[in-house]
Design a protein. Structure first.
Length: 548
């Protein structure tokens, strides 16, 4: 190849493995008239982007050894340009060429008769020209021949990332450095317990016995959600390993989707064991065993007990007792004639239908006055109820004494009852307990509320709704509202979504202070709102927090 130099040099070079090229066309006054006929490195053109470097035979031994490139800089005797990139395709010349404009311009004195050679290197081969001697002035340098050295490729990491969408897939991983990491994504059902993955040194299990084994470890399997898991594998050195996706684990928790309790007042109790899973819900239904619609006014009494073993419950199943659970309020479904509620938690529980409320008590309130407390009772319906009993105990004591017995009316419409305790003492806090006694002599304790008579309760001059106390609470709290003149009043509780979850008072409220107990035992932890509306005179809403 003639390489013209005038302290300036440029070239058009073709280096195609296995190809020869003859006399080339003149480019400006730079010409090509050499041939390279040897094949090296597996054949094929050298692609654009491969570096062509000019080296100076500094030791003057005529050999293409470890000679450096000519220096590039501003000092005397240095050159401003001593390397090119293969750019034949870019220049429209074809694969294996490079073209450079004026190059190798000296910025100062040039050593006498400097000797040079060219080098082109690819990952598989290195081409070197013979050494030639440059002289001052324009010159065509014609290296007499080229030699070629095959390069053995170094270690190349491969298959370190990928997806496996079905069990039974595997991949041979090649690691080139200690502690290299491979990352794979595998897919199982979102409800599964996760993937079964394995990694073994060597690739025999992958069908490739030719590579050397390396130590490997699966360091993490992370649930990405949506049925995807990320698997991270780390190598203990250079070599190969076989990674396989062998299957999916069964679901870590299979929830009971529905618990159906079949019973009426003649078929009790009825119980069933349920498995609760985090993030899942279990529908609980209470229906008549005959298929007849239940009375929508007689709410079921259902208990939920952790575990299902026969010693602690009436269920006969050995399972891991629930760490927590919560049952939502009952809702009557007119389409099925059944009551429905939602049960959530983690673990197993025994769900038992104990009874139905004979009296559907919609309000039980204690109104503190001066040296007296008025008890208000409202029922949505009554079935086979004999009477209501009101018992009292000083707060902190457990000895309740029955002070009043109120005869029940029975019927499917709203009934209101009122009784005043005129033996109360101002400043003393009392607990009042309401018990429903049925005609068959069975009884049900409905609720216990608290009241403190005070001289301040004698006269109410403005409507008010106080902050509940305690707050936060678990599971019960008291709500106080003041009524100036007798008026129709509602007191309701709503969840954070604005859905009504309880009606605490719905009827005519006498003038005075009203203390209403709210038991949220069937509700889940969270923010709730309670709102009072007194006729057209007063409306107020406040927040409260249930923490279980």
């Amino acid at each position: 190849m003639k390489f013209r130099m005038l302290f300036v040099a440029a070239a058009l070079l073709a280096l195609c493995t296995g190809m020869s090229f003859g006399q080339g066309a003149s480019v400006l006054w730079y010409e090509l008239d050499t041939q390279l006929t040897m094949s090296c490195g597996g054949g094929g053109c050298i692609p654009d982007g491969i570096l062509v470097t000019v080296h100076q035979d500094v030791d003057n031994n005529g050999a293409t050894d470890n000679d450096p490139q000519p220096p590039v800089g501003e000092a005397a005797g240095e050159w401003n340009y001593n390397q090119f990139l293969m750019n034949g395709e870019l220049q429209g010349l074809g694969c294996g060429y490079f073209f450079a404009d004026a190059a190798m311009t000296s910025v100062g004195l040039v050593p006498a008769n400097p000797r040079y050679w060219l080098r082109v290197a690819t990952p598989t081969a290195i081409w070197r020209s013979a050494v030639w001697t440059a002289v001052a002035g324009p010159q065509d340098a014609d290296p007499p021949n080229w030699d070629c050295e095959v390069v053995t490729p170094g270690c190349v990491s491969s298959n370190l990332n990928g997806d496996m969408t079905a069990p039974g897939q595997h991949a041979c991983l090649h690691f080139c450095d200690d502690a290299l990491i491979a990352n794979y994504r595998v897919f199982c059902s979102p409800n599964s317990g996760g993937p079964i993955v394995n990694v073994q040194p060597g690739c025999d299990a992958c069908g490739d016995p030719t590579c050397t084994a390396t130590g490997v470890t699966i360091v993490s399997v992370v649930n990405l959600g949506g049925g995807q898991w990320a698997v991270q594998i780390v190598a203990a050195g250079e070599g190969c390993a076989c990674f396989s996706f062998d299957g999916c684990l069964p679901p870590a928790c299979e929830p009971t989707l529905q618990v159906q309790l079949l019973g009426d007042r003649d078929h009790l109790p009825y119980y069933s064991c349920a498995t609760l899973c985090p993030g899942a819900t279990t529908l609980v239904t209470v229906c008549s065993p005959t298929g007849a619609p239940l009375n929508p006014l007689n709410t079921p009494i259902v208990t939920v007990t952790p575990g299902c073993d026969p010693i602690a419950t009436r269920c006969d199943v050995i399972c891991e007792p629930a760490a927590f659970f919560a049952l939502s309020p009952w809702v009557y479904n007119p389409a099925t004639g059944c009551f429905e509620a939602v049960l959530v938690g983690d673990g197993c529980v025994c769900v038992c239908l104990e009874d139905f409320l004979a009296a559907n008590v919609s309000n039980f309130a204690a109104v503190s006055m001066s040296n007296s407390v008025r008890i208000d009772i409202e029922t949505a319906s009554e079935t086979n109820v004999d009477r209501f009993e009101i018992a009292r105990a000083v707060k902190g004591h457990t000895d309740f004494n029955t002070l009043a017995r109120i005869e029940a009316t029975n019927g499917s419409v709203t009934q209101n009852y009122s009784w005043t305790d005129n033996s109360a003492v101002n400043g003393t806090t009392y607990n009042y307990r309401l018990t429903v006694v049925n005609t068959d002599a069975s009884s049900e304790e409905i609720a216990t509320i608290e009241a403190t008579p005070s001289l301040n309760n004698a006269v109410i001059t403005e409507y008010a709704l106080a902050q509940n106390f305690p707050n936060p609470f678990n599971p019960s709290t008291q709500i106080v509202f003041d009524v100036v003149t007798e008026n129709f009043t509602t007191l309701k509780v709503f969840n954070a979504n604005g859905q009504e979850v309880a009606t605490l008072f719905n009827g005519t409220a006498a003038a005075g202070r009203h203390i209403v107990n709210f038991d949220a035992g069937n509700l889940t932890s969270g923010l709730y709102f309670y709102s009072v509306k007194i006729g057209n005179e007063f409306t107020s809403t406040k927040k409260m927090m249930l923490v279980k």
